[in-house]
Design a protein around this ligand. Structure first.
Ligand code: TTP
Ligand code: MG
Length: 386
């Protein structure tokens, strides 16, 4: 009986996507940017303006700037906006913000899957008791917490699976919340153009248009055989299923691979004179490791030079650690070696410094617990099978 209930209970997935992520991170550390067009760029280095736009804030987007366009084009679009700000990407900083946000999202439920730097799914079926109203409240609280803790807005979709949750998150941006219980899925999907379906790119959309498929509704009613003929025997039926809002892909937690913290130094340095500024990073990392019941096999330092070049050094340990003292001691040695190794001290003058721990392993205590868990599961399976 209870097995039956568990089988039929409603799955509820939350999809979180941070708004204009890189550009919003820039606004957080420089609030004066908020009322200006902000364009974050990947400079290729050939000329001052060669490269592409990584992302832009909504003010710049409103004027026509989009991810992927050449920086030159963005400059032309914003030529009448001398207040517009163009900044280079700062991956280390976005990584550390992302990691803190993901920590908040993961706090909702351990059934958490991070899919990109600014996007994650959480399966909240169990903690919401499969109730969409409760799941909506969980989503609202999550938005509030991310805003309070990190001053960032995000858009959230709540749906019966990952596909619908993700489409809900994309539906209203920025700062959106779209709740799609199963009874609302069909009316939500039907009038949207097929190009809005996750997994249908511009090329496929064009091909579908040629077949007379304009909306998701058209696709959901299209003959599976004809779709298979045009898109292949796997993809054709897959497109039809997603147009019907069907997606059985579970939220699959992935192990955390690394944690890092980085700061901008009070002043550029060419020796390890900033240990006081590094200590809080080590405290933070050591606490995070302990909270996650993980230990690091590799301790590394990140040094970003005055010319914004990122340099990394790392040491692999004999046995993994989560200890503040050990992480600090190794970081200290790595920084000393880093500064002493430069032929010319000028090239090792750094503006930003960070610590990264990787090669993360579960603590023995966690392994033991997992062992017990899987034994219990085994017992349950045997019992049900008997
Ligand atoms: P997205 O979530 O796709 O975009 P976004 O967060 O900037 O904007 P939105 O409000 O629509 O969610 O991507 C996350 C980050 O990934 C983005 O801030 C910058 C980076 N990115 C690129 O560098 N190049 C790209 O073409 C895209 C799409 C994203
Ligand atoms: Mg985003």
């Amino acid at each position: 009986m209870s097995l039956n209930n568990a089988t039929v209970s409603q799955r509820i997935v939350i999809a979180v996507d941070l708004d204009y992520f890189f550009a919003q991170c820039e606004e957080v550390r420089r609030p004066e940017l908020k009322d200006k067009p902000v364009v974050v760029c990947v400079y290729s280095g050939r000329t001052d303006t060669s490269g592409a736009v990584s992302t832009a804030n909504y003010m710049a987007r409103g004027l026509g700037v989009k991810s992927g366009i050449p920086i030159m084009t963005a400059k032309k679009i914003l030529v009448k906006h001398p207040e517009a700000i163009f900044l280079p990407v700062d991956h280390e900083y976005y990584d550390s913000v992302s990691e803190r946000v993901m920590q908040i999202v993961r706090g909702t439920s351990p059934l958490f899957e991070q899919v990109s730097i600014d996007e994650a799914f959480v399966d909240v079926s169990s903690i919401s008791h499969s109730d969409f109203d409760l799941a909506g409240n969980i989503a609202k609280n999550l938005k509030k917490e991310i805003l309070t803790e990190e001053k960032l807005t995000c858009s959230i979709g709540v749906g019966p699976n990952k596909l619908i949750a993700k489409m809900g998150a994309d539906y209203k941006k920025p700062d959106g919340l779209t709740i799609l219980p199963p009874e609302k899925v069909n009316s939500f999907l039907k009038d949207l153009p097929v190009g809005k379906l996750i997994g249908i790119g511009a090329k496929t959309e064009k091909k579908m248009e040629a077949l007379g498929i304009g909306t998701i509704y058209d696709l959901s009613n299209f003959g599976a055989n004809v779709l298979a003929e045009h898109f292949g025997k796997n993809l054709g039926p897959h497109f039809k299923r997603i147009a019907q809002g069907i997606d059985n892909d579970p939220v699959s937690p992935r192990p955390i691979e690394q944690l890092s913290r980085i700061i901008t130094l009070k002043q550029d340095a060419n020796s390890f004179s900033f240990e006081d500024q590094i200590r809080p990073l080590v405290t933070d990392l050591s606490k995070r490791l302990q909270a996650l019941k993980l230990k690091a096999k590799v301790i590394g330092i990140i040094a970003i030079t005055s010319e914004l070049k990122t340099k990394n050094r790392a040491k692999t340990l004999e046995s993994s650690t989560d200890s503040y003292d050990e992480i600090l001691m190794i970081s200290r040695t790595l920084f000393h070696d880093f500064f002493n190794s430069g032929q010319d001290h000028e090239t090792n003058r750094i503006r930003r410094a960070g610590i990264r721990v990787s090669g993360l392993e579960k603590t023995t205590e966690e392994f033991r617990k997992e062992g017990v868990k899987s034994e219990q599961q085994g017992t349950l399976t045997n019992f049900l099978g008997a």
